[in-house]
Ligand binder design. Sequence first.
Ligand code: ATP
Ligand code: MG
Length: 154
Amino acid sequence: MAGNKTFSMIKPNAVKSGHIGHILAHISDAGFRIVALKMTKLSVSQASAFYGIHEGKPFFNSLIEFMYSGPVVTMILEKENAVEEYRKLIGATNPQMAEEGTIRKLYGVDTQTNAVHGSDSDENAFIEANFFFSMRERFGVRGVEMLTDAITQL
Ligand code: ATP
Ligand code: MG
């Protein structure tokens, strides 16, 4: 069964262009609940780890440079079938190919500078959410307790 959470990031171009508010409104209006939210800036090593799957591809270095060129906004979103529903909402990787009304069509510039990231599987949503958010940020005191319990089992 598909999970109900996904991870998203507003990329540096959309933050710089002043679109944070528009994009968050778009996400809420589409029925997603924003369950965690953070503005941060990636280091080179964090950007490389986040997009590690693309290492070796011709666009990798340029992608990493873009991803640490300015602040990003990261979030965990909740909705039934969240991963698939959110990928539909953001549209194709290349904004020119994205459907009308999608976030990338509205705020993306080109294939690299495409305004938002969305997880491509439940497993990656879990990994990416944990990359940016602590257990306390995700689950409050219960999260700290879960982590403490797990560590004391080691
Ligand atoms: P994301 O993972 O950011 O949600 P995606 O899943 O639609 O995007 P991926 O194939 O995972 O697409 O690529 C990751 C990111 O790398 C893209 O969003 C884009 O910023 C960049 N990228 C992908 N392909 C290219 C390309 N051919 N040229 C330049 N940049 C690219
Ligand atoms: Mg991807």
